[in-house]
Design a protein around this ligand. Structure first.
Ligand SMILES: C[S@@+](CC[C@H](N)C(=O)[O-])C[C@H]1O[C@@H](n2cnc3c(N)ncnc32)[C@H](O)[C@@H]1O
Length: 206
């Protein structure tokens, strides 16, 4: 099964070593964008696609209780942990792939951290994400990216531990944002250690 590896990883996910140098720093950088937006307006709707165990929603919702949160993930085990570690009537999690996810709602902030490389048909998925965003809504995507021989080698080994993956370059991602009608506001590279690949954070706006 394409996504089985994530079901198996779920129970050790919060203790993986990448939490320290990749996933944790990513949450820190995403919060630098999201928290000031919520400070101005705490009635927003947030969608986290490929939310894993719901760590970021937990960290944000502890500070902003009024916001409406939805996390989706293809792995039921990830979603079960997310549900067990979050509570509040405004916090919801749903086991669904981005391919199958349907929603009548639009979201003010859509986050997708370290999940986009595993999506099939990236152009179509990004257009779908863009379509779920409110006018002037924000889409934040973060993932490993291949921009050098060093990135290529590290991502080759990373790929061996995940579901089928493609770690696009910053240039390739910019092209996809263009096609999905998302304006790139800022690109920030997260690099906590020299042996980590380029982790690119794309802050875009509809
Ligand atoms: C590396 S984890 C990232 C989890 C979380 N966003 C974080 O930053 O810690 C990748 C997650 O993407 C999910 N995922 C992979 N492909 C997906 C898809 N097509 N639709 C929804 N979720 C997907 C996996 O189940 C996994 O939980």
């Amino acid at each position: 099964m394409r996504y089985e590896v994530w079901e198996k990883l779920a129970h050790k996910y919060n203790n993986l070593w990448v939490q320290k140098y990749s996933l944790g720093p990513t949450r820190r950088e995403v919060k630098k964008i999201v928290l000031p937006l919520l400070e101005k307006n705490d009635q927003l709707k947030i969608l986290d696609i490929g939310c894993g165990t719901g760590q970021l929603i937990k960290e944000i919702s502890e500070q902003y209780h009024e916001v409406s949160y939805l996390g989706i993930d293809v792995a039921e085990n990830m979603i079960q942990i997310a549900k067990d570690s979050n509570n509040g009537s405004n916090i919801n999690f749903r086991a669904a792939s981005i391919e199958s996810f349907e929603s009548n709602d639009k979201y003010d902030i859509i986050m997708c951290m370290h999940a986009f490389p595993y999506f099939p048909n990236k152009e179509e998925m990004l257009k779908k994400i863009s379509g779920m965003c409110t006018d002037n809504g924000q889409v934040i995507i973060v993932n490993s990216s291949t921009n050098s021989l060093k990135d290529l080698i590290i991502n080759f080994f990373l790929k061996a531990t995940t579901s089928k993956a493609k770690y696009l370059s910053i240039k390739e991602m910019k092209k996809l944002f263009d096609m999905a009608n998302l304006k790139v506001k800022n690109i920030h590279v997260i690099r906590e250690r020299f042996y980590m690949p380029t982790i690119a954070l794309f802050h875009t706006e509809r």
